[in-house]
Ligand binder design. Structure first.
Ligand code: F6R
Length: 606
């Protein structure tokens, strides 16, 4: 998730691009750059926050009335000057910025290298500059069209050519792109807030559309060349609302981003019957020899690990341990050479997780980082990395990063399972197909937000809330409970459904909300018995269950439905109503949702 900008008009482009990028920094901030067309095309780019780019432009100004810019959240290649956008072809005559992922970039790069091309960065983006250049025959639109026909993935691409300096061409495939309409000047941006203080009139570019802007106007056509008439979208939001894409809080925006986050995490990694984890270097021999698979993390990342542990154990049939990092680091763990330690951290900077991962490495394990931040300390310490590609998460309460961590672990399970030759082909096929369906399934859950809002109203005045489930449902219950307590400040506990009668049942009295996650068919009847037990004590039962479950409605007061699918993948959809429930309870209680009291986004001290 990166921020992109374009400008054509009578003014100097550089300050406008810089200003727009500053307003887009919430989309990514590990490096930034601009390219401006004056006499030729010049590029300035720098690793780090936009101030560093601004300082560079101060010392080496660039003049010109058209330009493109980018603020990066790395997916391929660590943050660095050379990986910062814009990227150019070897002649420097074509420059591109890009948001999203080119899934087949390895293949394209190898093909271009075979015909003599050399690359100046590790990014997937650079291949697009090469492709546009090689397809150019005096018509930039035609060249861009031919170039994108060769690229697979979800992206927004913005291109400029030295030979056509007053024109910018852009294409949208899934990743967002808008045109800001000015008077004798026009803008391109990945998000409205970038230029909202300059214009309130926008054209929203849709999927598979190509747009051309110059100072006089903008025209949209389909990628195959059919003209498109798009009505002007007049924006009445203020700048803060626009940054949240019209949502009241970043948390809600991030919950709603999850379908596209799931797509991005999977993008390019499920190739027919192969799983490509581009930064995981272990080989099949190592995978076959793993003794114990350790997972270590804190908070929400630990809850993602609870799901992973169950998935790895079931699919790989190897001993799996999941440990809080702060417990593991002082717990004298029996990690041995040949073990794999998966350290999970959104930020990649949580002090305890870093320490536990280092300890596992010292004891001989191979360390794999599952993290959202390219170039984070955890990613630098690890032997292997799986990036979650969720984009910057601003809300302190983690949502989209959790979902991306689940997906990362499913991919890893498939990769290890194939290498170890233990994965039942039928299971692998079903999980692969199930993963591909998940973005649409998560979207479907989000469409039922109104049901969740009603459930939230019914429990807003509760003193205590209990979450129960078995197996994978228990792991999801743990995360649902954490979400609720951290932003609503309600006391809440999660436990395995079978554990209730060993104590906690004493606290279940008339009207106490009990939230049950009930998706796993192999333990369905057992969980249903627990529902009956709490119901008999007067609990108000809110269930998260498949839309095909005809039984649960007889016992639960409220059923939050999720689409039926593979039980192994159910955590991905089942957690979404619980994230929304936490959000709406906290909203009704009037809390500061994005910055809950006493909590920090990244815990870099012990
Ligand atoms: C809860 C939350 C925290 C983090 C935990 C670990 O919503 O965000 O529990 O999950 O502090 O952070 P990372 O994943 O950055 O290591």
């Amino acid at each position: 998730m990166c921020g992109i900008m374009g400008y054509v008009g009578p003014q100097q482009a550089a300050p406008i691009l810089l200003d727009g990028l500053t307003r887009l920094e919430y989309r990514g901030y590990d490096s930034a750059g601009i390219a401006v067309a004056g006499g030729g095309i010049e590029i300035r780019k720098a690793e780090g926050k936009i101030e560093r780019l601004a300082a560079l432009i101060d010392s080496e100004p660039i003049a010109g009335n058209a330009g493109i810019g980018h603020t990066r959240w790395a997916t391929h290649g660590p943050p660095s000057d050379r990986n910062a956008h814009p990227h150019a072809d070897p002649t420097g005559d074509f420059v591109v910025v890009h948001n999203g992922i080119i899934e087949n970039f390895y293949a394209l790069r190898e093909e271009l290298q075979a015909s003599g091309a050399s690359f100046a960065s590790d990014t997937d983006t650079e291949v697009l500059a090469h492709l546009v250049a090689s397809e150019y025959d005096g018509d930039l639109v035609a060249a861009v069209r031919k170039a994108v026909a060769r690229a697979r993935g979800a992206y927004a691409l913005v291109v400029m050519a030295k030979a056509e300096p007053g024109t910018i061409v852009a294409v949208r495939k899934i990743s967002p792109l808008v045109v800001g309409l000015g008077d004798g000047e026009n803008y391109l941006a990945s998000d409205i807030p970038a230029v909202l203080h300059r214009t309130r009139d926008f054209l929203i570019v849709e999927d598979d559309e190509l747009v051309v802007i110059d100072a006089d106007g903008a025209s949209i056509e389909t990628i195959s060349g059919d003209p498109v008439q798009r009505e002007v979208f007049h924006v009445s939001w203020d700048a803060e609302q626009a940054e949240k894409a019209g949502f009241e809080h970043f948390m809600l925006k991030e919950i709603h981003e999850q379908p596209s986050v799931v797509s991005e995490t999977i993008a390019g990694r499920l190739e027919d019957d192969r799983v490509v984890l581009e930064d995981a270097a272990f080989d099949d021999d190592f995978a076959r020899g793993i003794g114990t698979l350790w997972i270590t993390a804190c908070g929400t990342a630990y809850h993602a690990g609870l799901v992973g542990a169950e998935v790895f154990r079931r699919t790989l049939r190897i001993p799996t341990r999941v440990e809080y990092a702060h417990e593991m680091r002082y717990g004298d763990p029996l990690v041995a050479p040949g073990d794999l330690a998966v350290a999970i951290s959104q930020s990649g900077e949580t002090a305890d997780t870093l320490a536990a991962a280092r300890l596992a490495g010292e004891l001989g394990a191979r360390v794999l980082a599952l993290t959202n931040v390219v170039g984070s300390t955890l990613s630098r310490d690890a032997d292997d990395i799986v990036y979650t590609r969720a984009g910057p998460e601003i809300s302190v309460a983690s949502t989209k990063a959790y979902l991306a961590m689940l997906i990362g672990q499913y991919l890893l399970a498939l990769r290890l399972g194939r290498a170890r030759g233990v994965l039942d082909e039928e299971v692998a096929r079903r999980v692969t197909a199930g993963l591909r369906r998940l973005p649409e399934m998560v979207e479907e859950v989000l469409r039922s937000e109104k049901d969740v809002m009603a459930a939230a109203e019914s429990m807003v005045d509760a003193d205590d809330v209990y979450f129960i489930g078995r197996g994978l449902d228990y792991a999801v219950a743990m995360e649902g409970s954490l979400k609720l307590k951290e932003i609503s400040y309600l006391h809440s506990e999660a436990m395995p459904a079978g554990e209730l009668k060993h104590g906690t049942l004493a606290l279940v009295t008339e009207g106490v909300p009990v939230i049950v996650v009930i998706t796993q068919r192999d333990v369905y009847d057992k969980t249903l018995s627990a529902v009956q037990e709490v119901k008999a004590r007067g609990a108000r039962v809110i269930a998260v269950a498949y839309d095909t479950d005809a039984e649960i409605g007889k016992f639960a007061d409220v059923v939050l439905r999720i689409p039926e699918g593979e039980d192994l993948l159910a955590p991905v959809t089942a957690v979404v109503p619980l994230q929304l429930l936490a959000y709406h309870v906290a909203r009704l209680r009037g809390h500061d949702i994005d910055q809950p009291r006493n909590l920090a986004k990244s815990v870099t001290v012990e």
